[in-house]
Write a protein that binds this ligand. Structure first.
Ligand SMILES: C[S@@+](CC[C@H](N)C(=O)[O-])C[C@H]1O[C@@H](n2cnc3c(N)ncnc32)[C@H](O)[C@@H]1O
Length: 270
């Protein structure tokens, strides 16, 4: 993947990460649950104008466009924007696509009712500047839905413990890079956790709500175990692990924050 001289990921493409993700049933389930929760949270209230910062293939804003929102997707990657264009055309939706980086948003202050930033914080060069920019462009009564994988959650901690045990027992495991190993894949600039995302938002946003998505995704053997069970049991287990993760965002596989911009200095809170 190419980065520009200042480190911006101008040519990221989803294929790079999809290769490393096993296509088990739990993977399909978690991505679907994550998409749905983010889309519903972003679409709260009457339809207005929504932006997806780091929109990738724009599936989230395409959904909001179908729900009557004026939708804008922004991403620095030409390849991702091409995929987004194809997907929005196929869905018959008019989504405005813009090339840009989160650290310097090419929009005026207070223009969006809703903002999505999903699975992207760990690609940014300057996360704090990006969050400051996000709060600048969201209207005072608007909302920002920010979410990422939780490297401080139960699954990652338990998985890393199991990798340590495997490496102690089997020399072959020492050479292997496992799914949740640290350091995270080279295209990620850091490990998001519930605590560090919460702290990143704190100077710029007030919390409206926070929740998690799923538990146990990517834990060694979990996907394989699920694949051996009858469909109905797999679905029940996935729903159960998702509901547990939803209530326990600090432990969940993904954390989702719904934030409102902090009132400007000297102005009363709305
Ligand atoms: C893992 S993908 C997530 C895409 C999409 N939000 C989703 O949920 O499928 C991360 C995205 O962040 C974009 N990205 C990387 N650096 C960025 C930056 N500085 N500003 C905005 N987007 C960036 C990449 O091009 C990529 O599309």
């Amino acid at each position: 993947m190419k980065v520009d001289p200042e480190g911006y990921q101008t040519h990221w493409h989803a294929d790079e990460i999809c290769e490393t993700i096993a296509s088990n049933r739990d993977t399909a389930f978690i991505f679907d649950a994550w998409d749905r929760l983010v889309q519903l949270s972003a679409a709260e209230g009457n339809p207005g104008r929504v932006i997806d910062i780091a929109c990738g293939n724009a599936r989230d804003v395409t959904k909001l466009s179908q729900m009557g929102w004026e939708a804008i997707g922004m991403d620095p990657s030409v390849q991702q924007l091409k995929d987004a264009r194809a997907a929005t055309l196929e869905a018959g939706q008019q989504v405005h696509l813009v090339r840009g980086v989160a650290e310097f948003l090419p929009f005026r202050k207070d223009v969006f009712n809703s903002l999505i930033c999903k699975s992207a914080l760990d690609h940014f060069v300057d996360r704090d500047q990006a969050m400051s920019e996000c709060s600048r462009v969201v209207m005072p009564e608007g909302r920002a839905v920010v979410s990422a994988n939780n490297y401080g959650g139960l699954t990652v901690s338990a998985s890393r413990l199991s990798y340590r045990i495997a490496r102690a027992l089997w020399p072959a495991a020492r050479e292997k890079q496992f799914f949740w190993d640290s350091p995270v894949p080279w295209q990620h600039t850091y490990e998001c956790t519930f605590a560090n995302i919460r702290d990143l938002g704190r100077p710029h946003f007030d919390v409206v709500e926070q929740y998690g998505v799923s538990l146990l995704w990517g834990f060694p053997g979990w996907g394989r175990f699920l694949s051996l069970l009858p469909n109905v049991i797999t679905r029940a287990l996935l729903r159960g692990s998702h509901e547990t993760g939803r209530r326990l965002p600090r432990l969940a596989d993904v954390c989702v924050f719904v934030w409102r911009p902090k009132p400007a200095k000297g102005q009363p809170a709305t």
